[in-house]
Design a protein around this ligand. Structure first.
Ligand code: NDP
Length: 268
């Protein structure tokens, strides 16, 4: 099913752990030409070594902080130079979460969540898109969240940043109609990664605790398989997780009942 990845140039952000690492491994097994980005160069090298051992046609690391948007054009030029100008698939996965009530959260933390999750993703997509248009094809995959479809307590800035992605990419998809560019938004439920440990507290410190829901969440490798399947099926939007995915439909069809549930949700 994932043979479409063979020899495709796949650039994944946030590839140094969790979902990004698992999506890189799954693509490596199909012989993709991988470019892995995140801030921690040593962790990227660890993932790259695994990808090379597991069948990647090629795998390079390109350390990049997506919130440092001034560095993005140079990073795109580097990737272009490596693969005869091609970038077939961009997976916008880099992101940070939040564990703090809205009123307690410093505005700087709200800005940081937006800078990484929204602005960084938009900046990189805009930088890569002209190249995809010139080559006549491309796939933009963005890892949003179920919290991109509804808000839960302790995630106000995070939910806002993920909702913003839907506005941007839905508009972009409409603008790109007929240009052979696929725009896919993937919304994970709970996936067992370090997302909670790395989440920001009210004053921007790292939360450094695991929560129960994430600990019991889907394995990253299982998520990666379902994520690539959704991409292969050219889905515009997919909800990937356990029972929590039903919350999307509950909000859509029974919003008052949803509100009653969400205010009691165990999310911290
Ligand atoms: P992790 O914390 O394990 O991974 C986050 C990744 O993002 C790391 O590779 C991290 O690498 C990278 N990253 C963070 N900040 C930046 C930055 N400024 N520039 C570049 N890379 C950055 O968590 P997940 O794997 O779970 O998270 C991946 C995505 O999935 C995120 O967008 C998250 O919001 C989303 N998601 C996850 C859910 C879950 O339950 N796990 C649920 C819903 C959505 P480094 O520190 O090296 O930069």
């Amino acid at each position: 099913m994932f043979s479409f990845l063979h020899r495709q140039v796949v650039w994944i952000t946030g590839a140094s752990s969790g979902i990004g690492e698992a999506m890189a491994m799954a693509a490596a097994q199909q012989g993709a030409c991988l470019v892995l980005s995140a801030r921690r160069a040593d962790e990227l090298e660890r993932v790259a070594a695994l990808c090379r051992q597991n069948g990647a046609t090629s795998c390079i690391t390109l350390p990049l902080d997506v919130a440092q948007t001034d560095n993005i054009p140079q990073a795109v030029a580097q990737v272009q130079a490596l693969h005869a100008g091609r970038i077939d698939i961009l997976v916008n996965n880099a992101g940070i979460s939040q564990r703090a009530l809205a009123l307690d959260t410093d505005l700087e933390v709200d800005k940081r969540l937006m800078a990484v999750n929204y602005i960084g993703t938009v900046a990189l997509s805009k930088a890569v898109l002209p190249l995809m248009l010139a080559q006549g094809s491309g796939i933009l995959v963005t890892i949003s969240s179920l919290v991109g479809k509804f808000g839960t307590p302790y995630r106000s800035g995070y939910a806002a940043s993920k909702h913003a992605l839907h506005g941007f990419f839905d508009a972009l998809r409409a603008e790109l109609y007929g240009k052979n560019i696929q725009v896919t938004l993937l919304c994970p439920g709970f996936v067992r990664t370090n997302v909670t440990l790395n989440a920001l507290t009210e004053h921007g410190e790292v939360y450094n605790q695991m929560d129960e829901s994430t600990e019991k969440g889907m394995l990253p490798a299982d998520f990666a398989r379902l994520a690539w399947r959704a991409v292969a099926r050219r889905r515009e939007e997919a909800y990937i997780g356990g029972r929590e995915t039903w919350a999307v439909y509950l909000k859509r069809w029974l919003p008052t009942l949803f509100s009653r549930f969400v205010r009691r949700a165990k999310v911290k």
